[in-house]
Design a protein around this ligand. Structure first.
Ligand SMILES: NC(=O)c1ccc[n+]([C@@H]2O[C@H](COP(=O)([O-])OP(=O)(O)OC[C@H]3O[C@@H](n4cnc5c(N)ncnc54)[C@H](OP(=O)(O)O)[C@@H]3O)[C@@H](O)[C@H]2O)c1
Length: 311
């Protein structure tokens, strides 16, 4: 990937896309192109083809997707399946037709079976039943991995794919209806601290274990893979360590400065009991994430506070 070459970051306003843009710009890439979903709806084949025909990007980071937390995934399965399949296939087909040199597709750790052995290795894909709460989203992401392989095999396209673990950081979605667990905790504890509440309710039992990767490390990994990886197998991106949701809650509440009680609503779903990525392949390729969970949460809370002030 040469500095003057044209790079399309699809989903540049999102958590991951914005971090990729920040890093590319910081590293000196100037020829970046992006479009919001209003300007270019990637679900619309004709719009996508016209965009690729006229813009001719050499590299594509495919970080545009319909994304959400447990509740959104569970209640809007048709949308998660349809939108993601359309975005992926339209972008891959246009990338093939208009001679893109390389494309990186972003999947998700939910592609692995619900009860996959831990930590989850890349080869566990399609070895068991998916988690029911986000199976539609997972199937779309699995189709994306297959898309990269199929275009590679049949047309010789250099399409690669990576599977990030749970991400968080500046630019995250803090909306309490649709956000992921970590930004939701930051928002809830912050609101509770401001309002002087005596307790905060969190979903589930607190026992599931999850892994969290700071989004700037994710962006570095994406750029690293774009530069150093040309294989057909998808690559896990994570930190290789997990934490229980209840311990995470303690860490976030400490960072936010909320010192009152935490109540667990066990009527709400927990999701998969444990999800930890095996990142041996990523490490063997020479990449290691840098940001500790504590530092990342602090940086994210600072960003959240700035947004609150500027509102
Ligand atoms: N966040 C995580 O924890 C996580 C974990 C694992 C994997 N991932 C994967 O990482 C990728 C990026 O996720 P994210 O968290 O950055 O998501 P995000 O913050 O929700 O951003 C998604 C982006 O996709 C764009 N988009 C959605 N529908 C579109 C459409 N029809 N046409 C054009 N653009 C569209 C949005 O554009 P506008 O803003 O212009 O509407 C937005 O910029 C996704 O593939 C996701 O599956 C994320």
């Amino acid at each position: 990937m040469q500095v003057q070459e044209k790079i399309f970051v699809a989903g540049h306003r999102g958590l991951v896309g914005s971090a990729i843009v920040r890093q590319l710009q910081a590293q000196g890439w100037k020829n970046l192109i992006f479009r919001s979903s209003r300007e270019l709806d990637l679900r619309e084949k004709d719009q996508v083809n016209l965009f690729f025909e006229t813009s001719r990007p050499a590299y594509v980071f495919l970080a545009a997707a319909k994304v959400g937390g447990i509740w959104a995934n569970k209640t809007k399965k048709a949308e998660f399946l349809r939108d993601n399949l359309l975005i992926q296939i339209n972008v891959m087909e246009a990338a093939y037709r208009y001679g893109v040199k390389k494309l990186l597709f972003l999947g998700s750790s939910c592609i692995y079976p619900r009860l996959a052995p831990q930590p989850m290795k890349e080869e566990y894909l399609l070895t068991g039943t998916l988690e029911e709460t986000n199976d539609a989203y997972a199937i779309a992401k699995i189709a994306g991995i297959m898309g990269c392989k199929a275009y590679r095999e049949q047309y010789g396209c250099n399409f690669i794919s990576c599977m990030p673990t749970n991400l968080y950081g500046p630019g995250d979605n803090f909306d309490l209806e649709s956000s992921h667990v970590l930004p939701a905790m930051i928002h809830k504890f912050h609101k509770a601290k401001e309002a002087g509440l005596k307790e905060v309710e969190l979903w589930g039992t607190g026992t599931p274990k999850r892994e969290f990767l700071f989004v700037d490390d994710m962006a570095s990994a994406c750029i690293y893979l774009m530069q150093h990886y040309n294989g057909q197998e998808h690559i896990n991106i994570g930190v290789g360590k997990d934490i229980s949701i209840s311990d995470l809650a303690l860490m976030v509440s400490k960072c936010v400065g909320y010192t009152q009680k935490i109540i667990w609503n066990t009527d709400k779903p927990d999701g998969t009991p444990r999800k930890l990525m095996d990142i041996t392949r990523l490490r063997e390729l020479g990449f290691e994430p840098r940001t500790s969970l504590e530092t990342g949460i602090n940086l994210t809370y600072q960003w959240f506070l700035q947004q609150e002030i500027s509102r």
